[in-house]
Ligand binder design. Structure first.
Ligand code: M6R
Length: 614
């Protein structure tokens, strides 16, 4: 969603903020703005749209005195307008604030402040907060820590979520930051400090970071920082080392992050597996689960919660774990689970899957499961993210930063981890040593097979260009290919704005077949040998109704001539890993269609990476 950045130091403040914002832009691109202290006043520059518009507006007249904050917005409260863009300024111009999150009780606070004579220029919840801070500052008599105390007092009245950074013109060398359910980290440089909602904004400058926890505030100067609770108790902050490199957050030779990340999948899969097999290569191991084999044996049921693409990975995990470990699995949308009060069996293990580890609904689902006393684990990509830290154990995907809004390498890594989990749980139950060894061998061969599919990029591009003018498409598959079909449809709709649906291939007879005509191509996922004949019948059913058919099949499959219009052949693999291989052509298909349609692939309309609002 929104993103925030801050800097205190001797370098060109505006430039550092703009660089950080352009790296964070994937979290929101409705507007962008920066604020800094200049000649003892707070100066703000904002523009609608992309960070580029903001940087075009910055000239020599913008010279902040060693401190500044910045923001990219994904609109929640109030339309996309300059007034609603951040940073917001308080009524008397004493404070400026950037905010990621939602202040739920902003209307009652606004009402209170209006009665005290405050006037507002925007429709945002954020402007209410900056004025509440100013109100407390003006009331506060003590001189010690007056800035920090005013922020604390204001936040005590706030209901909702926030990651904030605040400037005060009466304390020009200090920045106050705070968080509740929205990510925030402090980057410690050499006589300079950074703050950001996401590590990728500061990785070019420092690898030394402190992640703020919920309910913590920090007062930061150029050379030091201190972290306190809302009750002003001092916290010993834990410093961590970022393991990302600047190349990881750059597009390199690729035109889009999405294509770069699709191409990174062989390495991402290797990283997901590294050091995670037993010495005899017959099973998987995950130290981070913090569960003994005996405890894992006692699990009667698993519940997976996630959103979007990660939810599709959960659906595949359900097929794999039920098939190979014979443990019943349920999958819930995090946003539904958190309010459903669903009954859970006693020995249920709850897994949350989230690439960012910051998705608010998934975090809330985790908290709800924890509150009910269930053991909660997470599969996340971002080390140190909220969900990773709040769960009782988990598995890092190690996919490297994913910047493209459309999730690609994170998805296949999640499925790979799910397959390894199915292997581990299966081997703890009835899976034989030989079957375990065959499973591990197939996993080890996976990166090379993915590379082989990536070599077909141009072939898939030509197919995509042929279908780019269509406005509707169906994606169809059976069993574990059904979630892959859902993922193919999601990829296409989110970056090309083509209406697409994923369906179990045999189900279309019960309704969706009414949509079939020459105008609605069907994309079949038909790599599974055991259901191939059935899927071929489904292909013929749509062909008989004039649909164009594209199919992904495994090498060596016998496909009768004329059955399909376009065929993409992928290498054969273990049943459990077919969803991973079948996904790659779908990602490339969606990418090249979006490109042919001239869409903004890395920043699709209305979307943002990491959804930190409900
Ligand atoms: O960071 P998360 O995995 O929790 O994100 C979940 C969804 O928001 C995400 O997968 C979204 O659906 C992507 N845009 C899909 O490409």
């Amino acid at each position: 969603m929104c993103s925030i950045i801050g800097y205190i130091g001797n370098r060109d403040v505006a430039q550092i903020l703009l660089d950080g914002l352009s790296r964070l832009e994937y979290r929101g691109y409705d507007s962008a703005g920066i604020a800094g202290i200049q000649c003892e006043e707070i100066s703000v520059v904002k523009r609608l749209g992309r960070v580029k518009n903001l940087s075009d507006a910055i000239d020599e007249s913008v010279k902040f005195d060693g401190i500044g904050i910045g923001h990219t917005r994904w609109a929640t409260h109030g339309s996309v307008s300059l007034e609603n863009a951040h940073p917001h300024l308080s009524f008397h111009g004493i404070f400026s604030l950037v905010h990621n999150g939602v202040i739920e009780n902003y209307e009652s606070i606004k009402h209170f402040l209006v009665e005290k004579g405050y006037e507002f220029y925007s429709e945002t919840d954020t402007e209410v907060l900056v004025n509440l801070i100013e109100y407390h500052f003006k009331k506060e008599t003590s001189l010690e820590n007056k800035f920090l105390v005013s922020v604390q007092k204001a936040l005590l009245h706030v209901r909702g979520t926030y990651g904030i950074a605040v400037l005060c013109k009466h304390s020009p060398g200090e920045m106050v930051v705070a968080r509740k359910s929205s990510p925030l980290l402090i980057g410690i440089g050499d006589n300079e400090m950074f703050i950001a909602s996401d590590a990728c904004a500061i990785v070019a400058h420092t690898h030394n970071v402190v992640y703020l926890n919920d309910g913590e505030l920090a007062s930061i100067t150029q050379s030091d920082f201190s972290v306190v609770t809302m009750k002003n108790e001092k916290i010993d902050a834990v410093k961590c080392e970022l393991d990302w490199r600047i190349e990881d957050v750059s597009r390199g030779e690729h035109e889009h992050f999405m294509l770069k990340e699709i191409c990174e999948q062989p390495v991402a899969l290797q990283n997901a597996m590294r050091g995670r097999f037993s010495d005899d290569l017959s099973t998987a191991k995950f130290g981070g689960l913090r569960l003994s084999p005996r405890e894992l044996r006692q699990v009667d049921r698993i519940l997976f919660c996630a959103c979007g693409t990660a939810w599709h990975a959960c659906l595949i995990a359900e097929y794999l774990i039920e098939k190979y470990a014979r443990i019943p699995v349920e999958v819930a949308y995090s946003s539904e689970f958190r309010y459903s009060n669903a009954p859970l069996e006693k020995n249920t293990l709850v897994f949350v899957i989230s690439q960012s580890g910051e998705t608010l609904d998934s975090f809330a689902a985790l908290q709800e499961a924890k509150r009910k006393g269930y053991r909660t684990l997470a599969i996340t990509n971002v080390v140190g993210s909220t969900i990773a830290r709040e769960s009782e154990g988990g598995i890092y995907q190690h996919s490297g930063p994913e910047i493209g809004v459309a999730s690609t390498k994170a998805f296949t890594a999640q499925v790979c981890v799910a397959a390894m989990l199915a292997l581990l749980l299966g081997r703890l139950r009835d899976m034989s040593f030989d079957d375990g060894v065959a499973f591990v061998q197939a996993l080890l061969q996976l990166p090379e097979k993915v590379s082989k599919i990536l070599e077909k990029k141009d072939e898939i591009r030509l197919i995509a260009e042929k279908y780019a003018h269509h406005e509707d498409m169906l994606f169809l598959g059976r069993q574990s290919m059904f979630p892959v079909a859902l993922e193919g449809a999601l990829k296409l709709k989110e970056i090309s704005y083509i209406h697409a649906e994923g369906y179990p291939a045999a189900e279309i007879k019960h309704g969706p077949i009414a949509l079939i005509s020459g105008k609605c191509p069907c994309f079949f996922l038909a790599t599974q040998r055991n259901t191939l004949q059935k899927t071929l019948s489904n292909i013929l059913e749509v062909k008989a109704r004039n649909a164009m058919v594209i199919a992904v099949v495994a090498e060596g499959s016998k496909i009768p001539p004329g059955c399909t219009d376009d065929l993409i052949v992928v290498p054969e693999t273990h049943d459990a890993l077919e969803p991973i291989l079948a996904t790659i052509p779908l990602q490339l298909f969606a990418y090249y269609i979006a490109k042919a349609r001239g869409c903004d692939i890395d920043k699709p309309r209305n979307l943002a990476k990491s959804v930190t609002v409900e």
